[in-house]
Design a protein around this ligand. Structure first.
Ligand SMILES: [Zn+2]
Length: 291
């Protein structure tokens, strides 16, 4: 087996994840520290049907439509910061949400003056987004092979998506080509070199069947630069403030006593911002890359 990221044959088994049926293995490349699931015989994009969003599958994700109103508080905070970092100087800027799901973030991008486009591998959620934004604004298919227009997008986001991607190098090269000069891409995923992941080992909650690619801040940075981006910036765990996160979390509280959760959320939020030398205190990461 070769490393899907750098091609090295120096690959070893890191963990066997037994809490899913069937269990699966996580391999690690000793050359670039990329962790991954073996792609052989795996249909990487078969997970994202109705049951993934609405429950019923073993591997699921929250249906953003149920929390869209509350999520907008966080999305607005994020778009505000992303727009500030957009250096494309376009008069008519376009935004691309990679893994746009039902189009919630796209809606907010339009509030900020972008014409919003989405790319989505799921027919189910992408079909819904097409009804909302029109067929020509939603690209359905794997991001590696989607025919994106050249130099179009002034801002783009890939939030909790790159870990699902089978060929991240091909995907980022395709995205970089579609970015306008000075345009900014935000990538959020786990930093497997963060202390949280290192301490949790095989129990780390990010090890999930649909997560094929596990980066750290070092190899993700390198990959972005090799894929056609000129400059990157590692932000740490989050690029926005605590308040939007607290206000969003409140929407899912059923009892007043659940406000106690704010202590844990605040603690994690501040911890995630701390990186001292080789120590990144949590394992959430946001990386920005400019074309
Ligand atoms: Zn490698």
């Amino acid at each position: 087996m070769k490393c899907p990221l750098c091609g090295s044959a120096e690959v070893s088994l890191k963990y066997r994840i037994e809490r899913f049926t069937p269990p699966f293995d996580i391999h690690e490349c000793r050359a670039c520290r990329f962790q991954f699931r073996d792609r052989a015989g795996l249909d990487a994009y078969s997970y994202y049907d109705r049951g993934y969003y609405e429950g019923g599958n073993e591997f699921t994700y929250q249906d953003e439509r149920r929390l869209e109103e509350a999520s907008r508080i966080v999305w607005r905070a994020r778009m505000k910061r992303l727009k500030r970092r957009d250096r494309s100087n376009s008069d008519n800027p376009s935004f691309l949400d990679i893994g746009c799901s039902f189009g919630g973030l796209m809606h907010v991008a339009e509030e900020f003056g972008y014409t919003a486009y989405g790319a989505e591998v799921s027919d189910f959620s992408g079909g819904y987004a097409r009804e909302r934004f029109g067929k020509e604004r939603i690209y359905i298919g794997s991001i590696e092979d989607t025919a994106l227009p050249d130099g179009k997008f002034s801002a783009a986001a890939m939030i909790e998506v790159i870990e699902h991607v089978a060929d991240p190098r091909k995907a980022l090269t395709n995205i970089a080509r579609a970015m306008a000069d000075g345009g900014v891409l935000l990538v959020q995923t786990a930093d497997m070199d963060g202390l949280q992941a290192r301490r949790a080992k095989g129990m780390y909650h990010y090890y999930l069947p649909g997560h094929l690619s596990y980066f750290d801040r070092h190899n993700l940075n390198r990959l972005l630069l090799e894929s056609g981006f000129r400059r990157t910036q590692f932000i740490g765990g989050v690029e926005f403030g605590l308040l939007p996160k607290l206000l969003k979390s409140r929407a899912s509280f059923l009892r007043f006593s659940e406000y106690i959760k704010w202590i844990r959320i605040a603690f994690y939020h501040w911890m995630s911002k701390i990186t001292i030398g080789p120590w990144h205190f949590t394992s959430s990461m946001v990386m920005l890359a400019w074309k």
